[in-house]
Design a protein around this ligand. Structure first.
Ligand code: ADP
Ligand code: MG
Length: 680
């Protein structure tokens, strides 16, 4: 058996594999908990063992030889009293055949089967023992491992890590949820449950020992986020005082409608943040169509009114263009000078825009990531707004551009993918969240239908009706990940099909391979109502706003993610016209695909969709886009451990205040070197 790792020795294969699993410190090993347990504490007499059960039995080898009848295999005949058992090994070593010679006593563990030639076990675990070899006094842990890391090696490493790790109790016992053991007790129990421990409950992680671990994990996460927030509190940002008769007020007066109460509330929250000397770090969430753009415009107007520049960044050029047009339409009449920065704007035009941003003439700058990638120089950036950007890292980089005199710009992130409450509390505890929880009035709910692809003719007839009634239609083709060419082919074919099916109507085509200028022209033609049908790939996924569009057909809807379908559907139902969304699928459907389409048909509520998405995919994938997989909880389960989460949330700020050293030590214990990463 290999040796457990010695600290300081050169890294062997398994030692490197440990490091890869993040098992570097003793405490990392101590917190590497079993997935399941094997009960090797009992021997079952063969006479009492039943087929189908996993049991440990002991017997004397009567015969051990290689058979070649059907497939070459090592066959061992074992005798326990008057009963016999056959062991079969399809993979084996010559040394095993030698070691398991007749007369040797073997202790084997595996699933008992009723074979053709009597009772047998295939590939059981085997140990050569003596009559007096003691049975283990604890269940045997089975750890999450990797191919380069044998279970036996890992067991030794964990056991010695557990022995050496500093597991001093850091939390005041009175502050723990009642009935939980100490950390040391909990770990000892989980690594080595005593004989008779409730294995099923342990494997379902329902045991006080597990609760203690989960509580500590949740607490570490809450603490690290509170610490990040406290660090931010030392930063300074421009204080933007709102004036009574300033730009924001004039913008409100100029709007064709009044803000909804929900919009009013979030605007007030944002304006209050902008008036403070700590940088805002706020997430504005609102379902598609909730009206986030005007909130952004009012935030921008507040910043500009106070003498600062505002940058608005969108993930795609198309979206940036949409924002740009809308904001220009709203803000230029008020005398605000805007600049437009994207990758496709080059040469003299670009240089002029850059100069206007650098000397401060342009106070509102709209663009794509090109803004941060190419080092645009702002004269006095005071507010950064990032739309539909789930990779918050990018937002941070933008915000890190120093405003001036060591001041940090305020940061507002906007998303139409609402984060379920528990998730927000766990992963975004360092963000302030504003939610627009009601749509503007006058919207007619979208009706969603799920059709198999063979009902295409009906769908085409419906499109003709809509177009005849002066409405507009989106037809969305899926992305084929492997092949952009195939995407283009699909979209082109759909374009031909629709042009033929809706005679007399203009049918537009929008796809990712088009030049930005062509995309803009196509989009403008659709916005203006010149094209009745727009065939598009998912480039229209976010933010595009054409209120006269009343029908969206999504082809191969089963290939889209739930959040993406919801985003797409949000492109219709943006005005008062009754709207519909048809999800076409090609049978047969996998379970997850079925669940997604059902969710779409059953609800239009973005929060409900997000919740179901979380159910279908689990938080790991749900948050995948945030690219901080390491930040995910290893043991706690948000769906089940709400009470523990609440307790951790309650304790975190108090611990930080009253025992900051213990709080820091707790975070270091759990997150180690990863705590830095979590802040990003
Ligand atoms: P999203 O939150 O998806 O970005 P938008 O900001 O694009 O939504 O708004 C969707 C539509 O609703 C736009 O046409 C916008 O002009 C309109 N809108 C926004 N706020 C209101 C309001 N208070 N009353 C009426 N219409 C509104
Ligand atoms: Mg939007």
């Amino acid at each position: 058996m290999p040796d457990a790792p010695k600290s300081g020795s050169a890294k062997s294969g398994p030692a490197k594999a440990l490091e890869k699993l993040g098992l570097v410190r003793d405490v990392d090993l101590a917190l590497h908990l079993p997935l399941r347990w094997e009960d090797e504490t009992r021997l079952v007499p063969l006479a009492q063992a039943r087929a189908g059960e996993t049991v440990q039995v002991q017997g004397i080898v009567r015969e051990c030889r290689i058979e070649t009848r059907s497939r070459r295999q090592l066959v061992v005949h074992l005798q326990d009293g008057r009963d016999t058992l056959v062991l079969r090994f399809l993979h084996f070593y010559a040394t095993q055949q030698k070691a398991w010679a007749a007369g040797v006593l073997l202790r084997v563990r595996g699933e008992l089967r009723e074979g053709f030639f009597g009772r047998e076990m295939v590939h059981p675990s085997v140990r050569v023992v003596a009559e007096d070899t003691p049975l283990p006094q604890a269940l045997t842990p089975v750890y999450p491992a990797s191919a380069q890391l044998p279970q036996a090696y890992l067991r030794k490493a964990v056991a010695s890590g557990l022995k050496r790790a500093d597991l001093t109790e850091l939390l005041p016992p009175a502050d723990l949820p009642p009935g939980l053991p100490s950390l040391r007790e909990a770990l000892a129990y989980l690594h080595q449950p005593p004989v008779g421990a409730p294995v099923a409950a342990l494997e379902q992680r329902r045991h006080p020992a597990w609760e203690r671990i989960k509580f500590d994990e949740l607490l570490a996460q809450q603490l690290s986020q509170a610490m990040a927030r406290a660090e931010r509190a030392h930063l300074r940002a421009p204080v933007m005082q709102a004036r009574d008769d300033g730009l924001p007020q004039r913008l409100r007066t100029a709007l064709p409608w009044a803000l909804t109460p929900a919009q009013d509330r979030v605007v007030a929250e944002i304006v209050a943040d902008l008036g403070r000397e700590q940088p805002m770090h706020r997430l504005l969430q609102g379902d598609v169509g909730a009206g986030k753009t005007v909130v952004a415009a009012l935030a921008a107007a507040t910043a500009i009114d106070a003498g600062w520049q505002c940058a608005l960044m969108a993930p795609t050029e198309l979206l940036a263009e949409q924002h740009f047009r809308k904001l220009v339409q709203w803000l230029e009449p008020l005398g605000i000078v805007t600049a437009w920065l994207t990758g496709s704007r080059r040469g003299k035009a670009r240089r002029e825009q850059l100069a206007a941003v650098a000397d401060g003439r342009a106070t509102l700058v709209v663009g794509t990531q090109a803004m941060i990638q190419e080092g645009v120089d702002f004269a006095r950036l005071g507010l950064a707004i990032v739309d539909e950007q789930h990779r918050f890292g990018v937002a941070q980089r933008l915000a890190l551009r120093q405003a001036r005199d060591g001041l940090e710009p305020h940061l507002l992130m906007m998303t139409a993918t609402p984060i379920p409450r528990t998730l927000a509390m766990t992963y975004y505890a360092d963000l302030d969240v504003s939610t627009i929880d009601a749509l503007p009035p006058g919207r007619t709910p979208i009706v969603t239908k799920v059709f198999a692809d063979n009902r295409r003719p009906e769908v085409l007839a419906r499109i003709r009706d809509e177009v005849a009634a002066g409405k507009q239609v989106y037809w969305v083709c899926p992305l084929v990940a492997e092949s952009e060419t195939l995407d283009l082919k699909n979209a082109t074919e759909a374009h031909a099909e629709l042009s033929a099916a809706v005679p007399g109507a203009q049918v537009g085509l929008l796809h990712g391979r088009m030049a930005a200028a062509d995309k803009a022209t196509t989009m403008a033609a659709f916005s203006a109502g010149h094209t009745a049908v727009l065939v598009a790939t998912t480039v229209i996924e976010v933010g595009v706003d054409v209120p006269n569009a009343s029908l969206m057909v999504i082809e191969h809807a089963e290939r889209f993610g739930l959040a993406q379908l919801h985003q797409l559907r949000g492109r219709v139902g943006r005005g008062a016209v009754a709207s519909a969304c048809v999800l076409l699928y090609t049978p047969p459907l996998a379970d997850a695909g079925k669940a997604r389409l059902r969710a779409m048909a059953e609800t239009t509520d973005g929060f409900e969709i997000a919740r179901r998405d979380l159910d279908i995919r689990g938080p790991g994938e749900f948050l995948g886009a945030r690219q901080s997989g390491d930040a995910l909880l290893r043991f706690a389960d948000l769906a089940e451990d709400d009470a523990l989460l609440q307790a951790a949330r309650a304790l975190a700020p108090r611990l930080l205040r009253e025992q900051p050293d213990a709080a820091r030590a707790h975070v270091a214990r759990w997150l180690g070197t990863r705590s830095e990463f979590l802040k990003a």
